[in-house]
Design a protein around this ligand. Structure first.
Ligand code: VAH
Length: 311
């Protein structure tokens, strides 16, 4: 069976639904720190589980004969700046717990998400390379950079089969985001449909790498199904889809909602966004495991508006 830790999160909840559709509800064990609000997560087994408690994770692994763990629990960039030590402890101790269970042979495969947040102000901003200077300036980015180092170490030293993707900002209508800097690209749709206006917390020319959630979920499942021999990067793979500014996504939304207006009031998250790249080179993922995105800006805006209207 497969265990998803952080199944109530922005990625975890859609990953749970996709894996259950693929493998059957009872093959996928969902877990999170508290019971889910979203009842669909209860269509299969659900466990309340603290990702920082290795014994609790091991109990679930043994009980359900878990072979693979997707560790999706983390505190993201904006919230991490408000609670640095909490973010560090959650992001790192949860990873050590899962890597150590794999090292002890109690599970066979691990997925762990990294992020474009591993890059910093000294990183080349356009078409950021797979291997480059990385001086992250957020607690979240530091934890993801360190986590990548540990994933590679556990693979080289103990043969742990851990795979990782540096997600860009992820956009979906099925789940609300949790404390990220790229969340404006989700909030803007909710506000556009509800109020016809959105006050954006980033400046209009802030270009960031983004991706529609279906592309991210497909990439996650694709990298986990790839033959081990084809995984050449054991820190974390760059992944890219669309790069756009708040001005560009607002203009695309106006194609659907002509009355929509947007204003700009950058807050503390502007400095975080400014430290990140504008676009990413994901050649390695394309070459090693056949990655290719399918949602461009036009298609993403269309499915987001249709999705929110049908909710
Ligand atoms: C965040 N959505 O904003 C996350 C992600 C690249 C951004 O890591 O923190």
């Amino acid at each position: 069976t497969i265990l998803i830790i952080g199944a109530c999160g922005q990625i975890g909840s859609e990953l749970t639904a996709s894996l259950r559709a693929k493998h059957g509800n009872n093959h996928i064990i969902a877990s999170d720190i508290r019971e889910p609000n979203d009842q669909t997560l209860l269509k299969g087994p659900f466990e309340v589980l603290d990702a920082t408690n290795i014994d609790a994770i091991e109990d679930v692994v043994v009980h359900y004969e878990v072979g693979e763990i997707y560790l999706m629990a983390a505190m993201l960039s904006a919230t991490g700046e408000k609670f640095p030590m909490k973010a560090w402890n959650l992001n790192m101790n949860s990873l050590f717990n899962v890597l150590n269970l794999a090292k002890e042979g109690k599970i066979q495969k691990v997925f762990w998400p990294s992020s474009i947040a591993v890059f910093g102000p000294s990183t080349p901003q356009h078409s950021t390379p797979q291997t480059t200077v990385m001086e992250p300036t957020t607690v979240y980015g530091i934890s993801k950079q360190t986590g990548e180092r540990w994933c590679e170490y556990y693979h080289q030293k103990y043969g742990v089969d851990v795979r990782s993707i540096r997600y860009p900002g992820l956009i979906s209508y099925k789940t609300l985001p949790g404390g990220g800097t790229t969340d404006y690209a989700i909030d803007i749709f909710h506000e556009a449909l509800k109020n016809g206006h959105y006050e954006c917390f980033l400046s209009e020319e802030t270009e960031l790498p983004m991706m529609y959630m279906d592309d991210a979920i497909n990439a996650t499942i694709q990298i986990m199904e790839t033959a081990e021999a084809n995984i050449n990067v054991r820190s974390s793979y760059n992944l890219a889809a669309i790069s756009f500014t708040p001005e560009e996504i607002a203009r695309e939304i106006k194609e659907h909602l002509p009355e929509f207006s947007v204003s700009y009031a950058p807050d503390f998250r502007q400095a975080i966004a400014d430290s990140w790249p504008s676009s990413i080179d994901d050649t390695a993922a394309q070459e090693d495991w056949g990655w290719s995105s399918t949602y461009d800006l036009k298609k993403m805006v269309q499915v987001m508006i249709e999705g929110l209207r049908s909710d």
